[in-house]
Write a protein that binds this ligand. Structure first.
Ligand SMILES: *Cc1c(COP(=O)(O)O)cnc(C)c1O
Length: 362
């Protein structure tokens, strides 16, 4: 078997959910969209069933996958529904819907449904993707409230710059939101991971932590708190070949890396087809035999190359951590000019190996 694995520590996931709850004492939807950011939505949701207040996914298909696996908690569809013909299934599977557009309220009003659906009415308080403008929000709320197919309503919004603790943007969006809903007396939901950790003054009934559950730092700069975010995924493989090369030899596609002296180059069974970022630059760290070593040359589809010149103890069969406990996914993301979200959700082909599936929440 190809020795490429993503080890997923479900105890670390549970610990991160508890951490999110420490920061926000109210309820928290664990965001498990995009296959739990590449970690496996069913396994992650099952690991959280005894503690999570609910889950959030992007769409109906992702929710049905969880329901089919026996997940009983509330599940919110963050993009709501795309067509009225999904509503019957939303009722059947007891799903909650984000409502962000007038046509959705009309569709809800017109559809004959067996049960009312709980709705999260989304406000565009400044991010300008989806949602009702603040001046339109009360009207949308009243129309939704009058609709017999609607059960409980939560007012929600999403923050565009909560990761930047210097920026006033999060507070401004929060103020716009609070002002627009102040007459309504509805439950609220504002915070993503960054807001949970960096903006404790933003209090709402439901938080929506995602990336922090997987142990990546949601803030632009690490803080004391984000140091506590131990990773859930450890991406590992092994050295499958070693080359001894003289000075001046080029390695891999495009000859990007050229040896500056006599060098030992290791080949790792890991490539961009596994989700390792192709744009990782030379020197991107990985852990080989417990020591940091640097990427040397362009990442290929199935392989990448690492400079082992200073690691004579490393050879064929040596274990390599591409990211995990020792090499943070955030550091690798930085070296590849991307973000952990993109890298984690991109993981494929590698065997997923679940650890601590049976432990209860600590
Ligand atoms: C994805 C998403 C989240 C989670 O964001 P993180 O940055 O991963 O914590 C929260 N709310 C909404 C609406 C989302 O789409």
């Amino acid at each position: 078997m190809r020795p490429a694995y993503a080890h997923i520590d479900l105890a670390a996931l549970r610990h991160k959910y508890q951490l999110a709850k420490q920061f926000s004492p109210n309820k928290a939807l664990a965001v498990v969209k995009a296959d739990a950011y590449g970690h496996g939505a069913v396994q992650c949701a099952q690991a959280l069933t005894d503690c999570a207040d609910g889950f959030a996914v992007a769409c109906l298909e992702e929710a049905i996958e969880l329901r089919s696996a026996g997940i009983k908690q509330p599940i919110l569809l963050l993009e709501g529904f795309f067509h009225a013909d999904e509503l019957a299934l939303c009722v059947e599977h007891d799903l909650w819907l984000v409502i962000h557009a007038h046509w959705q309220i009309e569709a809800l009003t017109r559809s004959p449904l067996k049960q009312p659906i709980n709705c999260w009415l989304k406000m565009d308080s400044g991010m300008h993707r989806v949602g009702f403008f603040p001046h339109d929000f009360v009207g949308a709320y009243q129309r939704l409230r009058q609709c017999a197919n609607v059960g409980q309503v939560v007012a929600m919004t999403h923050l565009a710059q909560a990761d930047d603790v210097q920026s006033p943007a999060a507070s401004q969006q929060c103020a716009v939101f609070s002002q627009a809903i102040k007459q309504l007396g509805v439950p609220t939901s504002l915070s993503n991971s960054a807001a949970v950790l960096a903006w404790p003054q933003i209090v709402s009934d439901w938080t929506r932590p995602g990336i922090m559950l997987y142990g990546s730092n949601p803030l632009l700069k690490p803080t004391e708190v984000t140091q506590q975010l131990k990773p859930v995924m450890s991406l590992q493989s092994r050295i499958i070949a070693v080359r001894e090369l003289p000075e001046g030899e080029a390695i891999g596609y495009g000859a990007r890396f050229v040896t500056q002296k006599a060098s030992r180059i290791g080949v790792v069974a890991m490539g961009y087809a596994d989700g390792y970022p192709r744009h990782a630059q030379d020197g991107t760290p990985m852990l080989v035999e417990g020591h940091r070593a640097g990427l040397a040359g362009r990442v290929s589809m199935d392989m990448l190359t690492v400079d082992l010149t200073d690691l004579p103890q490393a050879g064929v069969g040596s274990a390599v951590e591409l990211w995990g406990k020792h090499i943070s996914v955030d550091e690798v993301a930085h070296c590849a000019d991307t973000i952990s979200y993109s890298m984690l959700t991109n993981i494929k082909r590698v065997q997923k190996n679940y650890l601590n599936a049976d432990l209860k929440a600590e």
